[in-house]
Design a protein around this ligand. Structure first.
Ligand code: ZN
Length: 161
């Protein structure tokens, strides 16, 4: 999958899409894919931690949508859970959760059109060229400063040209 493109897509959506995922996704369902959760008061305790396998050490708070294991120290929200458990990048975790809970991915593309992406890429390219020019300018200047008899004779090993 094209990770760069994904990041760009999600950036275009701002925080709204991430919040929407956070509100829609159920951390209990995600963790239940790897272990059995038992309800204890407001919290759920994992039979065995999906990360370190120790018993009754991972707690899931379904209201805050957070998990934490006292055995291995793993903890976080739905996104860190998918990233850690699935060895996934943040965009991959977003995509996985969106698909898992049927949150529409397509809507977020609206804010950034093909044209604005092109413009930004052109700008980045221009910045690169400016950078290269600056470096070249420095090389030439350094060379001229140390070689007052420029142009150099053919075969001069110090000549950068
Ligand atoms: Zn653990």
């Amino acid at each position: 999958m094209n990770e760069t493109k994904s990041v760009r897509e999600y950036e275009g959506a701002g925080g709204g899409f991430i919040d929407k995922l956070r509100n829609t996704a159920d951390i209990l369902l995600l963790v239940s894919e790897h272990t059995i959760l038992k309800r204890r008061g407001d919290q759920h305790i994992a039979d065995s931690c999906p990360f370190c396998s120790s018993g009754n050490s991972l707690k899931v708070d379904s209201k805050k949508q957070l998990y934490h294991c006292f055995g291995c120290g793993s903890g976080g929200d739905i996104f860190t859970y998918v990233m850690e458990k699935g060895n996934a990048s943040f965009p991959e975790a977003l995509r996985y959760i969106a698909e898992r809970f049927n949150v529409d991915i397509e809507k977020k593309k609206k804010e950034e059109t093909r044209e604005s992406i092109d413009l930004r890429e052109q700008q980045a390219l221009l910045d690169d060229i400016k950078d290269i020019n600056k470096q070249l300018f420095n090389i030439v200047n350094t060379y001229l400063a140390t070689h007052p008899t420029f142009p150099a004779k053919e075969g001069d090993p110090d000549c950068p040209f």
